[in-house]
Design a protein around this ligand. Structure first.
Ligand code: GTP
Ligand code: MG
Length: 146
């Protein structure tokens, strides 16, 4: 079964959207297996977004993500990586489908509320980076209904 790293970005935390976002993934049927509020260091920001280091907006991106706490989470479930990405919507909220998190709550590409791993390789890399790879293993009684 797959796991992914999701993060409510500083704009989502400041706007009081942690609960709303956690709720969407809970209601979908995914299982939360780790979470924490984090003040991101410059070093962690650069490591997390290493693939984007050549982009012209890299400085703006790391500046934003370190500007105020983020809420990092690890979620588990069948196809959770691609399903979470679909629930988030397109990177640019202007192109995100109605009903997605980015369409419902965001306007600009810089402040688009949420991050989600884009592949199994990046999910494992990011869970390692943010949580030392550590997650909880437990049974949820409702799982047989999901
Ligand atoms: P994440 O789930 O956050 O990784 O988004 P993504 O995978 O849909 O997009 P990508 O990894 O390519 O970019 C990472 C983040 O950089 C995006 O979520 C945006 O917040 C930000 N970003 C992308 N393009 C721009 C841009 O042109 N300007 C600014 N300021 N930020 C951008
Ligand atoms: Mg990405």
């Amino acid at each position: 079964v797959e796991r992914t790293f999701l993060m409510v970005k500083p704009d989502g935390v400041q706007r009081g959207l942690i609960g709303e976002i956690v709720s969407r993934f809970e209601k979908k049927g995914f299982k939360l297996i780790n979470a924490k509020l984090i003040q991101v260091s410059e070093e962690l920001a650069k490591a997390h977004y290493a693939e984007l280091s050549d982009k012209p907006f890299f400085g703006e991106l790391t500046g934003f993500i370190t500007s105020s706490p983020v809420f990092g989470m690890v979620w588990e479930g069948e196809n959770v990586i691609s399903t979470a990405r679909a629930m988030m919507g397109a990177t640019n909220p202007a192109s995100a489908a109605p009903g997605t998190i980015r369409n419902d709550y965001a306007i600009s590409v810089g402040m688009n509320i949420i991050h989600g791993s884009d592949s199994p390789e990046n999910a494992e890399r990011e869970i390692g980076l943010w949580f030392g790879g550590e997650t909880l293993s437990y049974d949820k009684a409702i799982n047989k209904w999901i």
